[in-house]
Design a protein around this ligand. Structure first.
Ligand code: RI2
Length: 318
C-alpha cells in the first residue's frame, strides 16, 4: 500500500547527476526541479496521498545523488513546499508551477548576479578560474557584454578537467585563454587581477565549499595580493549551517584518480578523492549573489533573511 513509483526521468536524472553528466551546482538544481515536474506529470497515483508519497520518493532519489551542493536540497525543498491542493490535478499543477518558477528564478538570479559581479571587473583585467561555474561565467559574460576586455588564466582542474568547459565557454565570448596545469597556479598569480570561483555550498560563517583545490588557491592568491571573488546565487547558501550543521564533503570514486591497472602496478596504496574543500572566510574578499555582494562574514544576514531559523525536509515521510 505504501509502494511508490518513480518515473524514468527521475531515475535517469539521478543517474546523470551522480555520474556528473549533469554537473555544476546550479545546473544540478535546475535538473532536479525538472525531474520533479516530470514525476508530477507521469504519476498514476490513485489518490492525493499516494501522489504526495511518489513526489517525496522522487525527491529522496534525487537528494541521495551528491551530498555537497546545497542547491540540490534547496531546489527540492522549494518545489515540494509549494505542493498543495485537494486533488491530484491541483497537486500536479502546483508542482509543475513551482518547478517552472524555480527554474525561471534561477536564470534571472544568475543574470542579476552576473551584472553585480561584472562591476568588480575592470577593462583589461586578467581573471584566474578554477573548475567550471556558471555563476562565475555570468560575471565574465556581463563584463564582456558591457564592453570590457578581459583575459583568463584557466586551471584545468583535475581529476575531471572542468577547466576545459570553462576554456571553451570563454573562447565563445572571445576572451583570450591560457590553460594551465593546476600545480602551475602560484607561478601565474602575479599576472592576475582576480581569482574568480563559484561555490557548491556556503556556510553561515562565510566559509566557501567549492571544488577541491580552491582553498589552497585562495591562500596563494592572498599571499600574492590577488582578491578572491566567489560568485554564488543564494541557492548555494546552506540553511542547516545556521544551526551549526557541518557540510558533508563528497568523496568520489578512486577510479577518477587512478586506473585499476596502474594502481595494481604501484602496490598497496590508499587513494582518496574528495570532490570539494572549505575555504575559510578570512581568505575570501567578496561573495557575489543576486542580492548584492557581501563580505563573507556578513552572508549570515542574507541567510537569516531568506531562510529564517527553521529548515524543513519535506521529502521525509511524516
Ligand atoms: P555553478 C561545481 O562542482 C564547481 O565546484 C563549481 O564551482 C560549482 O559546482 C558551482 O557551479 P561540480 O559539479 O552552480 O563540477 O556556478 O563537482 O555552475
Amino acid at each position: 500500500m505504501n509502494e511508490t513509483s518513480l518515473c524514468p526521468e527521475v531515475r535517469e536524472t539521478a543517474r546523470e547527476i551522480e555520474s556528473m553528466e549533469i554537473r555544476g551546482a546550479a545546473t544540478i538544481a535546475d535538473a532536479a526541479a525538472g525531474a520533479l515536474s516530470a514525476q508530477a506529470d507521469a504519476s498514476d497515483a490513485a489518490d492525493p496521498e499516494a501522489f504526495r508519497r511518489d513526489m517525496r520518493a522522487a525527491a529522496r532519489e534525487l537528494y541521495a545523488t551528491r551530498p555537497t551542493a546545497v542547491s540540490l536540497p534547496n531546489a527540492l525543498r522549494y518545489v515540494l513546499a509549494g505542493m498543495e491542493g485537494p486533488d491530484i490535478g491541483a497537486l500536479r499543477n502546483s508542482v509543475r508551477y513551482r518547478a517552472s518558477k524555480f527554474r525561471e528564478d534561477l536564470t534571472d538570479a544568475q543574470e542579476r548576479l552576473g551584472r553585480i559581479g561584472s562591476g568588480r571587473l575592470r577593462d583589461g583585467d586578467v581573471v584566474m578560474t578554477h573548475c567550471h561555474s556558471t555563476d562565475a561565467m555570468a560575471c565574465v559574460e556581463a563584463a564582456v557584454d558591457s564592453g570590457k576586455e578581459l583575459e583568463a588564466i584557466v586551471k584545468e582542474t583535475r581529476p575531471r578537467n572542468q577547466g576545459h568547459i570553462t576554456a571553451r565557454q570563454l573562447r565563445g565570448l572571445d576572451v583570450p585563454v591560457t590553460l594551465i596545469a593546476d600545480n602551475a597556479a602560484h607561478r601565474f598569480l602575479d599576472d592576475v587581477d582576480h581569482l574568480l570561483v563559484g561555490a557548491d555550498s556556503i556556510a553561515a560563517d562565510g566559509s566557501v565549499v567549492n571544488k577541491i583545490g580552491t582553498a589552497g588557491l585562495a591562500v596563494s592568491a592572498r599571499d600574492r595580493g590577488v582578491p578572491v571573488m566567489v560568485a554564488a546565487q543564494a541557492i548555494k547558501l546552506h540553511p542547516k549551517t545556521l544551526t551549526g550543521a557541518a557540510i558533508e564533503i563528497e568523496q568520489r570514486d578512486e577510479a577518477e584518480l587512478i586506473d585499476p591497472e596502474t594502481r595494481g602496478e604501484i602496490g598497496e596504496i590508499a587513494v582518496s578523492n574528495p570532490a570539494f574543500d572549505v575555504t575559510p572566510p578570512r581568505h575570501v574578499d567578496a561573495i557575489v549573489t543576486e542580492h548584492g555582494q557581501f563580505p563573507p562574514e556578513s552572508i549570515v544576514v542574507l541567510m537569516r533573511e531568506l531562510f529564517g531559523e527553521s529548515v524543513e525536509e519535506p521529502w521525509t515521510e511524516p
